[in-house]
Design a protein around this ligand. Sequence first.
Ligand code: NAD
Ligand code: GLY
Length: 358
Amino acid sequence: MNTLKVELGERSYPILIGEGLLHQPELLRQHVPGRDILVVSNTTVAPLYMASLVEAFSGSRVVEAILPDGESHKTLTTVARILDVLVANRFGRDCTVIALGGGVVGDMAGFAAACYQRGVAYVQVPTTLLAQVDSSVGGKTGVNHPGGKNLIGAFHQPVAVIADASTLATLPVRELRAGIAEVIKYGLLGDAAFFDWLESHMDELLAADPKALSHVIQRSCEIKAEIVGRDEREQGDRALLNLGHTFGHAVESATHYTRWLHGEAVGAGLLMAASMSQECGMVDGAQVERLRVLLERAGLPVRIDGVTPEVALEHMRIDKKALGGRMRLILLRRIGESFVTADYPEQALHRTLDAYFG
Ligand code: NAD
Ligand code: GLY
């Protein structure tokens, strides 16, 4: 097992990464405070992993909240259900919420923990690649609104992240590919050597090779932990983690969260961000092509049919990264170097949307 740390003063916490962690009751007990525990999961993940988790806490009061599966359920209504369970069981401020599942469960359980009695402890137990490399770390919690993705939420850091990579054995391959999009994002935004590594190890990753998976979980969490440690509330560099996301959120919300998985939308968004950077005269065409090839090898979309450029732009504008009415975007100087800017030619944005939507 490897342990990383998110350094945030008194809110610092460990990220434990390894195989079979859900079968280590001592370790689980060590990182879950409180005697009253609510485990939040969904109808897909609970039958697979709830039993081993609950077994570890046989001396505690453990209550389960099993949510319907899917991004379309990431709503205030579903979070209200979690809160109802906490209230119905008279859980106090010293309880702990455990999020067992992918990013959807993690974002909602974390948000419920942020709201309940103005904030209780929670532990992330991510079971998708996307959640293990990204969403379980950093304390962004929340839900979607019909008007836009993740529009309602709170920063609330977990007290621990326990990433058991062996849970990925049951993950559908499409979900694995969606997680790989966020992994590619890390190489692209700040680590050219990691991008190179992904180019030479994509086949092992797609075959869910445990060594390759554990390397990408480790490296992605290192990069994310370092950025979050510097800028917890996204006043600056944390925005780099949104590379491809403004385009990607438009893809998701314009298709009502049903056509494309979050990671797939981010994959297409990465290429759009790179291509727009080329339109702005920064990244060269050969690097954009390298990215396109890598995304295609990972089985990720490289253009979005069925959404017009105009509709895509409308959805981009509502994305919460807009500041003072002007959309901020993350662009690339080269593979491994990105920056946040609201200063770009509108024409470059329009040309990019015209090239990738339609
Ligand atoms: P998800 O939570 O919907 O999980 C994907 C699917 O895999 C679901 O059907 C789920 O039930 C299933 N699943 C989960 N673990 C499994 C396992 N081990 N075996 C079999 N099936 C399993 O999707 P996701 O890709 O994990 O997360 C996407 C969400 O994360 C989005 O809502 C996105 O906005 C959010 N997100 C949040 C952050 C953050 O910082 N908070 C960062 C990135 C993404
Ligand atoms: N996924 C973006 C962030 O955590 O900041």
